[in-house]
Design a binder for this molecule. Structure first.
Ligand code: GLU
Length: 475
């Protein structure tokens, strides 16, 4: 854990202020964008195991320049006001950067989810939802929570159901929260979305020789040595996709109880199975175990993926970080002090607000799906297939009539004749979002000499978009 004294909130604000200082914003606008609009703290009691237990929860709304506001709900004993406010601010900038039409929000409940059984967690979650609903802090049109650390589909299903019971006449009730299971109105591809977004971000990075050069990287993604910190939902999917689909070598995985390293590459599914079975990485036979996991952040590699909590790379270890590229799958894993040190060392950082935006992007698709009450592709899929079939049949007829006797390869024909299902459409929308946002960041980074890094570029793009909204609102 970080020993630096700057809070997470201060760190985000410093990065914001640095970027805003390079822009000429209308007087007072910088402060309006930076400050957190409101943070609601609730303490509620739930009778469990024969006594009343009091829980503390937060929902912070950073910016309402667009509504609903959006952001996950975290279950962790480390949750506090400073953290939810920092995370809410990052949600504002993230949504603006990837053009998802939401303001920023974040919530948290101070709880160790492993200390309670499923029934207990359900009662706590339903009660928390009730408290949020009373203040419009969960609502399809005003504030739409989603999963974050310690929460997932299960909690979102409980929240959606609790909301629906409180608002039985709201036809859009399902859209009050995203990240729900498919059976409760969720969308295919949401669980993997943040990890998938990390993969798409890296693929896009490796399409640009000029930015790769800045990091001292050459060649292709395949074969690059990657260290991942945190094998939760985000870290697992990123590592799995990068190793299986892009042929990266995952040379290190850092978890709570230590790290596993293997220069030949770690089998991510096998390691995840081991963690599930034993509760940790210790004893995994597919690599070497190191008790001091966090020290492995400093091991040499090409790409470092912090995918757990904030502030793991700080002023005291930044100097020893030994990679070429950091992609921030977690929110805020690099403090503002560390950021400056890494930049000086020539390490390129793909910033959190872009790198992990896959989650909220697919949440947006889910919200749209819920409001439109129809799954993606349902209207067009068979029509698309029928038109593809017409082309194939016409080509085959022409080829027979002219005696050319062409045959379309089986793989091509099958792929061409299959219309896109929801998962394919979600992936296509996510890929497009990651590519376009990267280009916007790059444009600012490369064209403005005052913008020294990709994080500042991301802030500049986000702040410009938010300020445009405020300007058009006449504020
Ligand atoms: N908790 C995720 C994040 O930090 C997802 C938020 C959402 O889908 O609204 O981006």
């Amino acid at each position: 854990m970080s020993v630096n004294t700057t809070s997470f909130r201060d760190s985000v604000d410093r990065m914001f202020t640095h970027a805003a200082g390079l822009m000429s914003l209308a007087p007072g606008l910088e402060e309006k964008i930076r400050v957190c609009n409101s943070t609601y703290t609730v303490r509620f009691g739930v009778r469990l195991r024969g006594q009343i237990h009091t829980f503390t929860g937060y929902r912070s709304v950073h910016s309402e320049h667009m509504e609903p506001v959006k952001g996950g709900i975290r279950y962790s004993l480390d949750v506090n006001q400073d953290e939810v406010e920092a995370l809410a601010a990052l949600m504002t900038y993230k949504c603006a950067l990837v053009e998802v039409p939401f303001g920023g929000s974040k919530g948290g409940l101070c709880i160790d989810p492993r200390a309670w059984n499923e029934d207990e967690l359900e009662r706590i979650t339903r009660r928390f939802t009730y408290e949020l609903s009373r203040r419009n802090l969960i609502s399809p049109s005003q504030n739409v929570p989603a999963p974050d650390m310690g929460t997932g589909e299960r909690e979102m299903a409980w929240m959606a159901d609790a909301y629906k019971r409180l608002h039985p006449d709201d036809i859009n009730a399902k859209a009050c929260v995203t990240g729900k299971p498919r059976t409760a109105g969720g969308i295919d591809g949401r669980v993997e979305a943040t990890g998938r977004g990390v993969q798409y971000a890296l693929r896009e990075f490796f399409r640009h020789d000029d930015v790769m050069k800045q990091a001292g990287l050459t060649g292709v993604l395949a074969g690059k040595r990657v260290i991942v910190q945190g094998l939760g939902n985000v870290g697992y999917h990123a590592a799995q996709f990068l190793s299986v689909e892009d042929k990266c070598l995952i040379t290190g995985v850092i978890e709570r109880d230590g790290a596993i390293t293997n220069p030949q590459g770690i089998n991510i599914d096998a390691l995840r199975g081991h963690i599930r079975a034993t509760g940790g990485v210790k004893g995994f036979i597919g690599g070497d175990y190191h008790e001091n996991g966090l020290a492995m952040l400093e091991q040499e590699c090409d790409i470092l993926i912090p995918a757990a909590v904030e502030s793991v790379i700080h002023a005291d270890n930044a100097e020893r970080i030994n990679c070429k590229l950091i992609i921030e799958a977690a929110n805020g894993p690099v403090t503002a002090d560390a950021d400056a040190i890494l930049r000086r060392k020539g390490i390129v950082i793909i910033p959190d607000m872009y790198a992990n935006a896959g989650g909220v992007t697919v949440s947006y698709f889910e919200w749209v799906k819920n409001l439109s009450q129809i799954s993606l592709g349902r209207l067009e899929r068979r029509h698309e297939e029928a038109r593809a079939r017409m082309i194939v049949e016409e080509l085959e007829r022409l080829s027979a009539d002219t005696g050319l006797n062409w045959t379309l390869s089986k793989g091509f024909k099958e792929a061409f004749l299959t219309g896109a299902d929801e998962l394919e459409l979600v992936r296509s929308g996510l890929d497009d979002t990651m590519r376009e946002s990267f280009k916007k960041m790059k444009e600012v980074w490369i064209s403005n000499p005052k913008v020294e890094d990709m994080r500042t570029a991301a802030y500049v793009v986000a702040i410009r978009r938010i300020s445009n909204v405020y300007n058009s609102l006449g504020l």
